[in-house]
Ligand binder design. Sequence first.
Ligand code: ASP
Length: 335
Amino acid sequence: MNSSAVPNASPSAVIAIHGGAGTILRASMTPDAEANYHRALHDVLAAGQRVLADGGSALDAVSEAVRLLENCPLFNAGHGAVFTAEGTHELDASIMDGRTLDAGAICCVKRVKNPILAARRVLEASEHVMFTGEGAEAFAAAQGLAFVDPSYFHTDARHRQWLLARGQQRAMLDHDGAALEAGKTDDPTPHEPIDPNRKFGTVGAVALDAHGHLAAATSTGGVTNKQVGRVGDTPLIGAGCYADDATCAVSATGSGEMFMRMVAAYDVAAQMAYRGVSVEEAAADVVMNRLPRIDGRGGLIAVDAKGNVTLPFNTEGMYRGFARVGEAPVTAIYR
Ligand code: ASP
């Protein structure tokens, strides 16, 4: 995938996913680690592709893709989520249906196994759009969703990252461009293609289904060593997630505070609607021009109603991929 834009000649069902963006750690990266990421992305894309090939909705495809990404410990969402400053986990997720503009979101949940499924139930079964903390967990319990002991979210790799961030007394991400050079980090587990200490590990999916409808979903553990109660862009409709059949579906990953201030996901759709530009041009403007003005780092994935896919990021890498029905999934990590 040389370019971030993947134009589509004839509209066909397609899904795109991301597993976070950040600084590449080529120096100490192992071929095995890289292969693991490609395989995980490929398998999630194949699952989403199957939903679309069977005539399933874009909403079903993005729900399934994000559920699988949440279950995969390689990514910072669900199992494998990062730690808060108090050594706990607080998870956020959102989902939006481009057909109806219905949306659902939950934030600061600690025991819901798959936050994206809770967001989906909010979309389908509640008159409200967003629930937080205990109220979100009560809603999820009433909907019969699976709960886990908080220890389920613990992974040794994230725990080591947290100890490192805590030792350095920082809220995890060093946003100044002078990130440590690859391989010079003191992280004891640097064998990931993207430096876990300088990565935004949120997951997300966008899709166009065979019926011409769009959907987007995003889920995260937030940022390592975040203050308890901190909420980023991921569960905010318009910031980390947006979908409207009239324009596009968007899922974002990056420095959440900046994506919130730029209303990043909605801005892509708004630029298409008001300026009449393509999804590629709108997404590139948000990621390459607007976010950097306030030091916003990260990327997003977007698809329009014609199946044009774009996956821009302003970091050195972003775990990403897309799959059209009937074609082999394409995955990528580096620029
Ligand atoms: N955007 C997420 C947040 O700020 C972090 C990420 O993308 O990894 O919570």
